[in-house]
Every structure is written in C-alpha cells, then in structure tokens.
Design a protein around this ligand. Structure first.
Ligand SMILES: Nc1nc2c(ncn2[C@@H]2O[C@H](COP(=O)(O)OP(=O)(O)O)[C@@H](O)[C@H]2O)c(=O)[nH]1
Ligand SMILES: [Mg+2]
Length: 415
C-alpha cells in the first residue's frame, strides 16, 4: 500500500536522523499521529475565529470600505482622510464593537429609580464606603485601633456623636462575625446596624377626614422649600390629584415667580399676592381657593425670613391658625425642609422650628451635593421626626419618599 511505503520511507529517514533502527517504524507512526492532531487543532481554531468575526462583522465594516473596493478612484481620497484621522484614531480609547443594543425591560422603573438614588448618593457612597474598605485593607486585625479610625470616618460623614458611638459600640460586639477579607460581610453588618437606627420605612401622607390634604412647608432660606413643593406638586398631579399652591413666601417677588413656574409645569393653580404682602392673607386665599376648587392637595410655601420685625416663628404660628380656621384640622402635615449639605446645623434648625411650630416630618434635600449623607442617620437618631422625603438631585423624580431599607441598600449594595 502507498501509505505503508510512505511510512517505511519516513522510518528510514528517521533512522538516518538518528533514531535506533528497531524503533524506526513506531517513531514514524507516532510522528504521523502527532501531525494529524496538530492539524485538527489548527483547523478547529480557525473555525472558531471565523465564527467570532462573522458575529461582529455587520457593525464593524462601514459601507464606505466596500465602495473603496468597487471604485479604485476613491482610494486616494479615502487614504488622505484616513491619514488625517490617524492621530485621532490612535489616541482614541479602544471601544468594543457595538453589539446588539441591550433592550431595557419594560418594567425597568424600580431598577432605574434605585440606580438614580444610588447616583444621588454617590458622593456619600464613595467617601463613606470607600474609606471603610480602605480601612479594612490597611488593618491587619479589627481591633481598637480599627474602631477608632472607623469612628472618625462616621463623624466626618456627619453621623453625629450619638449615632457614631452607638454604631461603634454595636460593631465592637459584632466584629467576630466579620471575615475581614470579605468587605461584603462588613458592609452587611454595618448596614444592618445603620438600618436599625433609622426609624421609618415609607410613610404615607395623612388622610384628612374631609377637604384637601394641607401640607405646610417651612424651613430657613435656600434649603429647597420652593423646589421641593414644585416637585411634590408635579408628583401629585401625575397621580391625577388636583393641586393648589399658596405662595406664602412674600419676601421676594422671585419666590412667587419660581412657584408659578413649577405650578405651570405641574398643572397646579398658584395663589399669590404682591411682594411684601401679608403671608397669612395669601394662605387664607389659598385655603379658600383649594376648598372652592375641591382640590385634593394644598401645599403652602413660606418664607425663611421676613420683611418686618415680626418673628418668623410667630408668623408661622399665625399661618397655622388661619389655615386651621378655614380647613379644620389643617395643616395635616408640617414639613420641615433641611439642607443635607449644612450638616449638623440642620439639627439646630430642626430644634428651632420644632419648638415653635408642630413639625411633623422632614424633607432632607441636596443629599446629592454632599459626601456627608450620615446626616440622615443623625436626624433619625436625634430628632423625634420621620424623614418623609429625600432630595437626591434637581429632577422631579429625584425627590423620593425616604425608605430606610432602600437608603441602606443604595449605600452598601455591591454592583
Ligand atoms: N442638587 C440639589 N439641589 C437642590 C435640591 N433641592 C433644592 N435644590 C436647589 O437648592 C436651591 C434653593 O432652592 P429653593 O427651593 O429656592 O429654596 P427655598 O429658599 O427654601 O425655597 C435651588 O437652586 C434648588 O435647585 C436637591 O435635592 N438637590
Ligand atoms: Mg423659596
């Protein structure tokens, strides 16, 4: 047979090359087997490469490349363009060829809202969690030294003295549970301890016996009252509720104008008087309008300071009396707006307002603007008030009901 002859020749060749004569045939057979295996492997590899190229090909090849092949006259032109682009192309980062675009699932809203929340808390997340992880990495043991450094991180993140000490104490007991090489375990334990110090899950607005739900919004200048009212109004009208807004901040004309812009956007009627007029009179008219129009919600803006010598707190008390006279039981909610970026000062403001008017809940704005989101925990542990809303950005959807579980998850979830 041809093959046998060929094999014999190969064996002879191997003998000449130095293989002992009695092993010549077996060595030849081995060599043939080796070659066949190698060739099969190369064939399989080539097939795989071809396959993966075929997948990328449609998005990879621009139409123009084809036309260059067809019309050689264009080659010089395209070559010149390519030279011009060379520098740019060389410096550009290597981008994965675009595959089929990923379709978001239709019911993606909870995911995207959570992600938005995570983005809003990104500063706190990276400073707090980032520093904790660095601490875990730099300490051989979770000892007193570690706890001391952790205490400092919590204080700088505005957790406040009380919550910080409580947290460190609780962690001292639970450190045994933590395998230091797994930062996820530490996140879980500290997350649980923080969650345990946050009072609320989502809390619903009070439901009035009759008439509109009246929300009085108070707080010092610039904390975000008007913006928060605008966002709330939009959210309520999006739910199909009829909303009236009262421009009780008569200190600056711009305040009422700002509210009117939000009113237009939200489709809510705005009751306003001229600059410098009596805020109580605006509130009186707004309450009358809300009842007359059978509104579902009346939201009252107020000033953070006043023209006259009248004490701001006295003015707020008067507003409460007037609105209660027009709509018995109102205001059903007195929402104190606090600016998260002012840190511990927010707590001082809260005490000041709490003493004068019956604050029933807090809206904490501008959490997106601070790395000190621990203020949420400080407020929860030091004030006997629920945090109802948090502001994590400028968009309407960035004003969110405060949900303690979601807050902790947004800070510590790994993704
Ligand atoms: N980044 C950010 N800015 C906010 C938030 N809430 C309010 N602001 C901004 O804070 C500024 C003051 O808000 P404003 O509503 O006029 O405060 P007011 O004086 O209390 O009525 C405005 O520029 C708002 O856009 C928030 O949650 N995040
Ligand atoms: Mg305002």
């Amino acid at each position: 047979m041809d093959f046998e002859l060929w094999l014999k020749k190969l064996a002879d060749f191997l003998v000449v090359a130095g293989v002992p004569p009695e092993q010549g045939p077996i060595a030849a057979l081995g060599l043939v087997f080796l070659c066949i295996t190698l060739l099969s492997l190369i064939f399989i590899l080539l097939l795989l490469r071809r396959n993966s190229r075929a997948k990328d090909a449609p998005t990879e090849i621009p139409e123009e490349t084809e036309s260059v092949d067809e019309k050689p006259g264009r080659v010089a032109e395209v070559a010149a363009e390519q030279v011009a682009l060379q520098v740019e192309v060389e410096e550009a980062p290597v981008v994965e060829p675009s595959r089929t675009p990923v379709e978001l699932p239709a019911d993606d809203e909870p995911v995207s809202l959570f992600q938005r929340m995570q983005q809003g808390l990104a500063k706190t997340r990276s400073s707090l969690v980032g520093r904790m992880d660095a601490l875990l990495g730099s300490h051989a043991r979770l000892d007193d030294d570690f706890l001391e450094a952790l205490e400092e991180i919590l204080i700088t993140a505005d957790f406040g003295m009380q919550a910080t000490q409580e947290l460190v104490q609780a962690l001292t007991v639970r450190l045994k549970e933590i395998d230091q090489s797994e930062p996820g375990q530490f996140h879980r334990v500290i997350g649980e301890e923080i969650r345990a110090r946050l009072k609320t899950g989502r809390t619903a607005w009070p439901v009035p016996d009759s008439g509109p739900l009246v929300i009085l919004v108070v707080g010092v200048n610039g904390v975000g009252k008007t913006t928060t009212i605008g966002k709330m109004a939009k959210q309520f009208t999006d739910q199909g509720k009829k909303v009236v807004l009262g421009a009780g901040d008569t200190f600056r004309a711009a305040a009422a104008e700002q509210l009117e812009i939000w009113g237009t956007r939200a489709g809510a009627e705005v009751i306003r008087h001229t600059e410098g007029s009596d805020p109580a009179a605006v509130v009186f008219d707004a309450a009358k309008a809300a009842v007359a129009r059978k509104a579902d919600v009346l939201i009252l803006d107020t000033a953070g300071r006043l023209h006259t010598k009248v004490n701001l707190m006295e003015e707020l008390k008067k507003i409460r009396r007037i609105v209660d006279r027009e709509i018995p039981g109102a205001p059903h909610e007195t929402l104190l707006v606090l600016d998260a970026t002012t840190g511990q000062n927010a707590l001082i403001q809260a005490r000041m307002f709490q003493e004068a008017v019956e604050v029933s809940g807090i809206a904490l704005t501008k959490l997106d603007g601070t790395a000190k989101g621990g203020i949420v925990v400080a407020i929860n542990s030091q004030l006997d008030l629920p945090v109802r809303l948090i502001g994590v950005g400028e968009g309407v959807a960035d004003l969110r009901p405060f949900d303690a579980d979601e807050f902790v998850a947004a800070l510590f979830a790994n993704n």
